[in-house]
Design a binder for this molecule. Structure first.
Ligand code: ZN
Length: 321
């Protein structure tokens, strides 16, 4: 009897609705185990079995990082136009309209101010669901305005990156955003204000080559793809196979391109800890000074010939994750 001529009713049925809003099971991309969608809602979109990090929406990210009710969106009045009248299989104007309808956002970056564990912060979050998080003129302009605001109001800056690179439909206008955002970040650095960059899956192209990798601290989520050109393009260009895991967070940490890999659930407390340290928050400064004095005391006991000193060395912070 042929496989496809069987009359036996299939025993597999797909459940689509249930009282508890159950909408189905899915196979985890990380561990291949079956996981329940409702479980993901309670674990910040991370697999409860292997901690594989699924994509997070902008709204979820803002809700996770900022203190409840403190985020104020700014610069949303900047809207993309089609300066080159670009058209491929579809015109750029049409693509913008459909991206807006699909994502519910007006651009691939949302910028604003918020509080992170009580510390006022300038926050930018990229939206991969809007044209692959590509960087056009408006992405660059919104971020540059946010950096200028951070300088004016003396705020630290946090940017969560997720991008497919420069927006080809804007050609040179898009590429110029790399220089513009980099120049603005240089002014932020001159003002002595910290910038923490969070690289999420995927962060690629012109965004990697500009503001994403200019952070004073560069963190990444586990197993995120971070690169300029993707692995397939590199392999085709150099005619060689890349090592396993190349261009992933773990590989880049090992080779010194990023400072730490932080699991999503730990992201907010770690960012807050770093911001408090880098902005010299009084409470943490006191704690760190006490830690340093304790260390100095231990060293002076170990080396009694060394003169005791109460002077605190500057910039000797250490981060333990
Ligand atoms: Zn899993």
């Amino acid at each position: 009897m042929g496989l496809f001529s069987r009359k036996k009713k299939s025993t597999i049925s797909i459940q689509t609705t249930k009282k508890d809003s159950f909408s189905g099971w899915m196979k985890c991309s990380g561990c291949q185990e079956m996981i329940h969608l409702n479980e993901l809602e309670n674990t910040l979109n991370c697999c409860p079995k292997c901690n594989y990090h699924y994509r997070f929406t902008v709204d979820q990210r803002i809700a996770q990082l900022s203190d409840a009710g403190t985020f104020k969106e700014l610069f949303s009045h900047f809207q993309s136009i089609d300066p080159l009248q670009f058209s491929d299989t579809e015109s750029y104007s049409e693509r913008l309209v459909s991206a807006e309808q699909k994502s519910g956002k007006t651009e691939a970056i949302i910028t604003g101010t918020c509080e992170i564990e009580g510390l006022p912060t300038a926050l930018a979050v990229m939206d991969f669901s809007f044209m692959g998080g590509s960087m056009g003129s408006v992405v660059g302009e919104r971020l540059t305005c946010l950096i200028e605001l951070a300088i004016k109001d003396e705020l630290p800056l946090v940017c969560v990156c997720a991008s497919g690179g420069a927006r080809m439909q804007e050609s040179i206008h898009s590429l110029m955003q790399m220089a513009k955002t980099s120049a603005a970040l240089s002014k932020l650095q001159e003002a002595g204000l910290p910038y923490i960059s969070i690289l999420t899956n995927p962060t690629t192209g012109g965004v990697t080559a500009s503001f994403a990798t200019l952070g004073d601290l560069i963190f990444a989520e586990p197993e995120a793809l971070i690169c300029f050109a993707g692995p397939r393009v590199v392999e085709q260009t150099i005619g060689q196979t890349l090592p396993e895991g190349a261009q992933r967070s773990e590989f880049l940490l090992k080779h010194g391109m990023i400072d730490a890999i932080i699991k999503r659930r730990d992201l907010k407390p770690k960012i807050a800890q770093c911001l408090h340290l880098l902005t010299g928050n009084a409470r943490n400064y006191k704690e760190n000074r006490e830690n340093l004095e304790h260390l100095l005391h231990r060293q002076s006991q170990a080396n009694p010939s060394q003169p005791k000193t109460t002077k605190t060395p500057s910039k000797k912070w250490s981060f333990t994750f």
